[in-house]
Design a protein around this ligand. Structure first.
Ligand code: NFS
Ligand code: SF4
Length: 627
């Protein structure tokens, strides 16, 4: 067993960029150079253009904007706007899932695959389930969930899943999220010209908007995706560009909403479609994924992962991609012009993400089956347009076991306990491993790639160091894909662990880096820490657990960071969220918020240091609770 190194991945990318150069393709590697150095005002967050008296930027000579706002107010408003963008995005994805659930039909494209989970949530929400048709219940629950977005009174239903102590902290700090849309709108109201410019207030609302995401919209996305498409269970798959198959029609799904990708996978598996692909000269159809959509279908169907965020152009550069089919979020507009350099069809499907140089096949729940079929057929028909001399698929892939939903995790860990039966079905076996010191703690590794950090390097190197130190890693989003591409989700990666974690991996038959899903699935991690706190009697903030986004880039990541911190988990960032221009904002985020939620941010762009700081924090937490 051997990990794939970042150097090997970079060599493969360079080879693909040569193909790109041949056909005159642009690439992010080139555009980064053109954009460097970045604007210093933007980098520090001290540029304001929210009204037409500006734009204003803060300098020693001009310490206030025209309205009199200082650097702290400008940085604070920018930070809150950034958060609101992320919270809106995750939550709107969640809303789409609720609409899909509302359209679930035993004879239609979307079915209820996990009725048990639906009933469990219904009971949690106080909805009568007895004697109710499961589809009637699905529609009722979908409507209730949709109300969470706009209800005039009350706070998010999901908050009740948190330990009471956490709920009280939220209440006392006045950051319990009300209706999801309200928190987004209130954030945009607060950041309008002439509203809030006090960092404390802006940070408070940032946490609240973040919580509306993680304990609202994202949780809806995760939970109802499980109801519709099945709760993930451990499943074997493969990762990296080598999962594409030169002899097959390659369809790459990219984006976030599983409603589309599930249907594409369904049809790509249809014997009629496979026969169609063969009639076009291919041997079959290979669906692979990029970004979070890939995580969704990998966890539920074992669909292989072609790559993560900064690898999206690479799939086209293979010259073997018949169609890259996208829904929403994290899609490079570059894919339009890039696909024109090849035979690739760039298919956009959502009114939310429309791009030039794409074929727009509008996808909606009512016509899902028909449109998915159309997309698969379009890809098959495109096979004959391939230019064989441009085809190069790097021979690079790793095995991965993915699909560790909370439910699955609890189940596999039952295998590691040697004590009484009554601890099964809880997080107690995991707690036992942690308190005994066999596992020192856990890190939630999440987030994107960002050219500011050598792509995947931070994710992979940190994970290697953590597991060697007996710290188990749960991963999601593009971080999870970095791990899978490197081989860290292969069960054999246990050999890279310290003796304690290795033993747990063997007993539970798990890899040391556990794939918990897409970025909306970080809500799973929130439930996991809540359960750990309840089962141990500790506060969440006392658990030897931290969060880390070493290569993050999106607004969504900041929204996530805010709810992870607000849930009581110290969060470590490898990229600064444009706040370095305000000492007060820096102070609030890295220290001040601790008074409200018992956790805060650490920002450190030196990745080695960042990792050491996390290990230190975990050990500090252990000492503090006497384990
Ligand atoms: Ni998360 Fe998923 Fe990846 Fe970053 Fe984008 S795909 S929602 S935002 S880039 S991890
Ligand atoms: Fe300038 Fe104030 Fe307008 Fe911002 S709100 S652009 S700081 S005048």
């Amino acid at each position: 067993f051997k990990l794939t190194t970042v150097e090997e991945m970079e060599a493969a990318t360079n080879r693909l960029l040569e193909t790109g150069a041949k056909v005159g393709a642009d690439a992010w590697q080139i555009r980064v150079k053109n954009q460097t150095p970045h604007c210093k005002f933007g980098e520090q967050g001290i540029c304001c253009r929210i009204c037409a008296m500006g734009p204003c930027r803060i300098t020693p000579k001009a310490p206030r904007g025209i309205c009199g706002c200082d650097a702290h107010g400008i940085v604070g408003r920018n930070y809150l706007k950034f958060t609101a963008g992320g919270a809106a995005t995750h939550s709107d994805h969640g809303r789409e899932i609720c609409h899909t659930l509302y359209a679930a039909d035993p004879n239609g494209a979307y079915k209820v695959k996990d009725p048990e989970k639906l009933i469990r949530i219904a009971k949690e929400w106080g909805v009568e389930t007895e004697g109710k048709d499961i589809y009637d219940l699905a529609h009722e629950m979908a409507e209730l969930a949709l109300m969470e977005y706009g209800k005039p009174f009350g706070v998010q239903r999901w908050l009740k899943r948190a330990p009471e102590h956490t709920q009280k902290l939220w209440h006392d700090a006045e950051i319990e999220p009300r209706a999801i849309d309200r928190e987004v709108a209130a954030s945009l109201h607060m950041t309008h010209m002439g509203c809030s410019s006090k960092p404390e207030a802006l940070v408070r609302q940032s946490l609240r908007a973040g919580l509306a995401d993680g304990w609202g919209g994202s949780m809806c996305g995760t939970e109802f995706s499980d109801v519709l498409f099945g709760t993930p269970k451990p499943i074997d798959t493969e990762a990296n560009l080598g999962v594409m198959n030169a002899e097959n029609v390659n369809i790459v799904v990219h984006g976030h909403d599983p409603s589309l990708s599930e249907m594409v996978c369904e049809y790509a598996d249809d014997p009629e479609m496979i026969a169609y692909a063969k009639s076009m000269g291919a041997k079959g159809i290979t669906v692979s994924g990029v970004c979070c959509t890939s995580n969704e279908v990998a966890m539920r169907r074992g669909i292989p992962m072609a790559g993560n965020f900064l690898q999206q152009e690479n799939v086209v550069l293979t010259g073997a991609c018949e169609a890259i089919v996208v829904d929403v979020q994290c899609i490079f507009p570059a894919l339009g012009p890039l696909s024109k350099c090849f035979h690739t069809k760039f298919i956009t499907t959502s009114p939310i993400a429309q791009m030039p140089d794409s074929d727009y096949i509008r996808f909606d729940v009512g016509t899902a089956a028909e449109k998915a079929k159309q997309i698969v057929m379009t890809a098959c028909e495109n096979f004959k347009n391939r230019k064989p001399d441009l085809v190069y698929i790097p021979d690079m892939k790793q095995k991965a076991t993915v699909g560790y939903s909370l439910e699955a995790l609890v189940k596999v860990l039952d295998g590691v306990t040697n004590s009484q039966v009554d601890v099964t079905g809880t997080t107690k076996p995991l707690l036992e491993c942690v308190t005994s010191g066999v596992i020192r703690g856990a890190v939630a590794m999440v987030g994107c790639n960002n050219p500011k950090i050598r792509p995947d390097y931070a994710h992979i190197e940190m994970m290697k160091k953590l597991i060697a130190n007996d710290i188990v890693v749960v991963a999601s989003g593009c971080s999870a894909q970095a791990a899978a591409k490197a081989g860290l989700m292969d069960k054999s990666a246990k050999d890279l662990c310290g003796a304690g974690l290795k033993r747990v991996c063997e007993l539970a038959d798990i890899p040391p880096v556990l794939h918990m899903g897409s970025c909306v699935d970080i809500s799973r991690m929130m439930i996991l820490v809540s359960e750990l706190a309840k089962d141990s009697g500790l506060k969440i903030s006392q658990l030897p657990v931290v969060g880390c986004a070493p290569e993050w880039m999106s607004e969504k990541a900041v929204s996530i960071g805010n709810y992870v911190v607000a849930t009581g988990i110290d969060t470590f960032l490898g990229v600064d969220p444009y706040v370095s221009g305000s000492s007060e904002m820096g102070e609030w985020l890295t220290n001040g918020v601790r008074d409200w939620v018992e956790a805060a941010y650490t920002v450190e762009t030196d990745i080695d240091k960042l990792c050491d700081l996390m290990i230190e924090r975990i050990e500090e937490k252990r000492t503090a609770i006497g384990i």
